[in-house]
Design a protein around this ligand. Structure first.
Ligand code: SF4
Ligand code: SF4
Length: 446
């Protein structure tokens, strides 16, 4: 049988004194170190010159594939399969439309609106109807907003009902909260922990000066110090307690604040926050139904900043994860059957970014009715998938399709550039991987 080098591989520059490269399969997610000589044999299809153990591994890792293999069909099959065979019912609930902050890039119009009793009844009724079908083994709730902690009583009430429902239908229950961290006092943290919240994602926008200039409270004072103080209290508490909630820090980056993101690592280390923060990642500012993307960095610049940010973390003893995932790439509410966003106005949609955002009102991102007997039509799902995968689409011929999937469906359909940042820095990430994970390497350059 003849073989070819797969189209879906990324190869780093040579890293070791004997000229080895890191090779990553975008299909299997597996990584192997190959010498430049071996690579040249592969490119020349002189497989008989490879050692048999290496040849076997290259096939297993899908770095080389049988000639004539229809790789694109396999990629499309996997994307669809992962998306359709999900056994997790993923529901996003906004307990309130209110937020204490007025972030410069946010597209939402905040209102003092909380979920009504009738809305709660409707959410529970919908979730129960889906659990009854017994196709889900896990109920996954994301508390979103507005700022969900401002309505912690609603979170408590709904959580108690959903935890009981999950037990009744033999489902695992887990939840996550996306919060600005401003009202995340220790007391609230403990309450969330008792309600089976397993992850808190908090956003900081760089150092104090940059953060406070962008994420003001309504009274125009900053929010940075309050968030850090909250995290320090949680750290002190966590030292003597088990079952702590995982904390993820997300840093929104654009042309204004990119120079200050690395100093945030210093703040984390100075306050020993790495003890409670599981990971810190950068996210590019994008359009939230507004013009926020006009302030975005180019993908190339963002990619460079991300690499420097990873290096800063590694130098400070943190262990960031950065090798792209290969499963559930279409892990988005829009693309998952039965997944919905319930907002505090009592509306339901299938994208977390459309509630309270004026430009999306009266669009087909919202569903008009939620009759449990009607199969919910996900119009934007089929529109997105058929556009990404059509014969002329740039994604169909793109080698990053297995780890990108075309990106965010909403932004893609709006015509924004949704290319994964990995397209611009995966080679450098492979070098970092070799530096941090592969033992006994003799590096050509530091
Ligand atoms: S469409 Fe985009 S913004 Fe909306 S839920 Fe999916 S990934 Fe998120
Ligand atoms: S959005 Fe860009 S990186 Fe992603 S699959 Fe399409 S062309 Fe490739």
């Amino acid at each position: 049988m003849n073989f070819n080098l797969s189209k879906y591989v990324e190869i780093s520059e040579s890293i070791t004194k004997n000229g080895s490269c890191v090779v990553f399969s975008l299909i299997t997610g597996l990584i192997i170190l190959i010498s430049e000589k071996e690579l040249s044999y592969i490119n020349q299809k002189k497989f008989e010159l490879l050692n048999s153990e290496l040849f076997k591994k290259l096939k297993e890792f899908r770095i080389i594939i049988p000639e004539g293999d229809d790789e694109i069909s396999q990629v499309i099959f996997k994307l669809n399969h992962d998306c359709n065979s999900n056994n997790e019912l993923h529901i996003v609930i906004h307990p309130t439309a209110e937020c204490q902050l007025r972030c410069s890039y946010c597209g939402q119009s905040h209102l003092k609106q909380k979920l009504s009793e009738q809305d709660i009844y409707r959410i529970v009724e919908y979730i129960e109807s889906k659990l009854k079908e017994k196709k889900y083994t896990k109920l996954y709730i994301v508390w979103f907003g507005g700022e969900p902690i401002l309505a912690i009583e609603k979170i408590k009430k709904i959580s108690i009902i959903l935890i009981e429902l999950s037990e009744r239908y033999n489902c695992k229950y887990e939840s996550k909260i996306v919060s600005n961290g401003f009202s995340l006092t220790l007391n609230k943290y403990i309450r969330l922990s008792s309600l089976n919240v397993k992850q808190i994602e908090i956003t900081l926008d760089g150092d104090e000066k940059n953060h406070d200039s962008r994420r003001k409270t309504k009274k125009t004072s900053g929010s940075f110090q309050t968030i850090i103080k909250n995290l320090i209290s949680i750290r002190n508490y966590s030292e003597n307690n088990e079952n702590n909630i995982k904390i993820i820090l997300r840093i929104n980056v654009d042309k204004e604040n990119f120079k200050s993101v690395e100093s945030l690592i210093d703040t984390v280390i100075e306050n020993k926050l790495e003890q409670i923060i599981e990971s810190i990642y950068l996210a590019p500012i994008h359009s939230w139904g507004n013009n926020a993307h006009l302030n975005s960095l180019s993908k190339e610049k963002f990619a460079e900043i991300e690499i420097n940010f990873l290096i800063k973390q590694i130098k400070n003893g943190l262990k960031p994860t950065f090798i792209p995932k290969i499963n559930n790439i279409w892990d988005c509410i829009t693309l998952k059957a039965d997944s919905l966003v319930f907002d505090a106005n009592g509306d339901f949609s299938y994208c977390t970014e459309v509630p309270y955002t004026p430009v999306y009102q009266n669009t087909d991102w919202f569903l008009k009715s939620i009759n449990n007997n009607i199969n919910i039509e996900k119009r934007n799902k089929s529109k997105f998938i058929s556009t990404v995968l059509n014969a002329e689409s740039k994604c169909r011929s793109c080698k990053y399709l297995p780890i990108c999937g075309g990106g965010c469906p909403k932004l893609f359909l709006e015509g924004h550039d949704t290319c994964t940042i990995n397209k611009f820095n995966l080679k450098e990430k492979l070098l970092l991987y070799a530096y941090t994970s592969l033992k006994n390497l003799s590096f050509a350059k530091d």
